[in-house]
Design a protein around this ligand. Structure first.
Ligand code: SF4
Length: 79
């Protein structure tokens, strides 16, 4: 397993959480951006990317990760 950390979308941290995305497996549904509007967006190729240094609330991030149909969002403890 082990998700890749894409250079275009380096990991971000929210308090004690680290957030990463895997654009290679993203289906471009936009569901993650619905749950965490200030954290996820789609690039010009319709793939997910992280949009800010300071990401959203932990619950929003977890909801986005759980809702992603392709498991392209990875939320876990930092460190
Ligand atoms: S929810 Fe998943 S598949 Fe949909 S845009 Fe976000 S990362 Fe891509």
């Amino acid at each position: 397993m082990g998700a890749l950390t894409c250079e275009r979308s380096p990991a971000r941290w929210s308090s004690a959480l680290r957030v990463r995305v895997t654009p290679e497996t993203c289906a471009g549904t936009g569901v993650c951006a619905f749950y965490a509007t200030n954290t996820f967006e789609l690039d010009e190729e319709g793939k997910v990317r992280l949009m800010a240094e300071h990401v959203g609330a932990a619950d929003d991030l977890r909801n986005a990760a759980e809702a992603c149909p392709t498991h392209s969002i990875h939320v876990g403890p930092s460190g």
